[in-house]
Design a protein around this ligand. Structure first.
Ligand SMILES: Cc1cc2nc3c(=O)[nH]c(=O)nc-3n(C[C@H](O)[C@H](O)[C@H](O)COP(=O)(O)OP(=O)(O)OC[C@H]3O[C@@H](n4cnc5c(N)ncnc54)[C@H](O)[C@@H]3O)c2cc1C
Length: 344
């Protein structure tokens, strides 16, 4: 894939001595490909490459990306990481190159509620009308962020500032942000659907229970992981991952083999998922005392060289699964995906 867009910046300041080590640790934790150079790092993500060169008082950054959306995403990720490891360093740096400025982010759009209906004891299906549905269905990525404006206020949406950095509204204007998975995208009718797992205390749950036709929301995406490869798979998740697992299984080749493990609260939440004949489906039910981690802690690696392990659930379960499969069972970087979908 050729990387045709470029951006660069020089960050000035007193750099922490362990800056590169810290960035490297962040990137490795996110399972990105990291190559250490004499005074810096090269980080490769699927759609972009970032080169970082540090001296005592400057950090030079060069990014090559396949398109403007990928360039924006990696710059936002870099700013987020730098703000954590070297607070203050990013302010004042001038970005040069293929930078979009003073406009809405490319991956942002708005949508209105078209309808909401119950599709399970604990799931609501939300249908949104969105004139950008064609782009959302054409671009890579199964997921999006739902941005809910504060009750009773005119929404203020994200903007790119004059340095091309995404600025989210703050204070009374801050948006509630939660990630969801597309269920169905219909570019002809300019509508898409997603399923909300209802859980107590959830801002999105409250919103979905009370939203009215025509209510306005923000949509940022698509992004956050695509369809996993692998002829032999182990795929596991809780209710929040059911929409993703359903889509992965539905779109799997008929000769795919393996095991799907799902955790739900009660037997009433068990549902059928269409899947290849060679993929077994097992359910763990919390109120029967069963847990996803108990099953994952004993699950064998999928067979053969063309294998893949995909896990999305609560943070601790995913951490434990990642440690077991990566460290104990030596699963390679390109053979697995571990994402925490929520934190208890
Ligand atoms: C890539 C990705 C895709 C996702 N897809 C979906 C999807 O399609 N459908 C879906 O329902 N969720 C999905 N999730 C999970 C969802 O984003 C989180 O559950 C999120 O916290 C929900 O936001 P909220 O506004 O309801 O709750 P918040 O207001 O963010 O959280 C309020 C409280 O709820 C708790 N909480 C959050 N999730 C749960 C839960 N599952 N069970 C119990 N307590 C919880 C939190 O700990 C917190 O204390 C996805 C997450 C990711 C990262």
């Amino acid at each position: 894939m050729s990387k045709t867009l470029h951006a660069s910046a020089v960050f000035h300041g007193v750099l922490p001595e362990d800056l590169i080590t810290h960035i490297s640790a962040h990137a490795r934790d996110a399972e990105l490909l990291v190559e250490e150079t004499r005074s810096g790092l090269i980080v490769t993500v699927p759609l972009a490459t970032v080169s970082l060169e540090a001296s005592r008082a400057t950090l030079q950054v060069d990014i090559d990306a396949v398109d403007a959306a990928a360039l924006q995403n990696i710059r936002d990720y870099l700013h987020y990481t730098l703000d954590h490891v070297a607070p203050g360093l990013t302010s004042g740096a001038e970005w040069q190159g293929d930078i979009l400025r003073n406009r809405a982010p490319l991956n942002f759009t708005t949508a209105t509620v078209h309808g909401i209906r119950r599709v399970g004891p604990n799931f609501l299906r939300v249908e949104l009308a969105c004139s950008d549905t064609r782009r959302l269905s054409a671009e890579r990525g199964m997921h999006f962020s739902l941005l809910l404006p504060p009750d009773g206020r005119m929404p203020v949406w994200p903007r790119l500032d004059d340095n091309g950095r995404t600025v989210m509204p703050l204070g009374a204007d801050s948006l509630h942000r939660a990630a969801y998975t597309f269920v169905e995208l219909d570019p002809e009718r300019e509508r898409f659907t997603f399923d909300v797992f209802e859980h107590e205390g959830g801002r999105t749950t409250t919103w979905a229970r009370t939203a009215q036709r025509g209510d306005l929301v923000g949509i940022s995406g698509p992004g956050s992981g695509g369809f996993p490869p692998g002829q032999n798979i182990l795929i596991a998740g809780d209710e929040t991952a059911i929409p993703a697992i359903r889509r992965i299984l539905q779109t799997s080749a008929p000769d795919r083999r393996g095991h799907a493990l799902l955790e739900v609260g009660t037997e009433a939440d068990i549902c059928d998922l269409s899947r290849p004949d060679g993929v077994d489906l097992s359910w763990c039910v919390r109120n029967r005392g069963e847990s996803l981690w108990d099953r994952l802690s004993e699950a064998p690696l999928p067979q053969g060289p063309d294998r893949f392990v995909w896990v999305a659930a609560e943070k601790t379960v995913v951490r434990n699964a990642k440690a077991r499969f990566r460290q104990t069972l030596r699963l390679g970087l390109s053979e697995g995906y571990f994402a925490y979908y929520w934190e208890a």
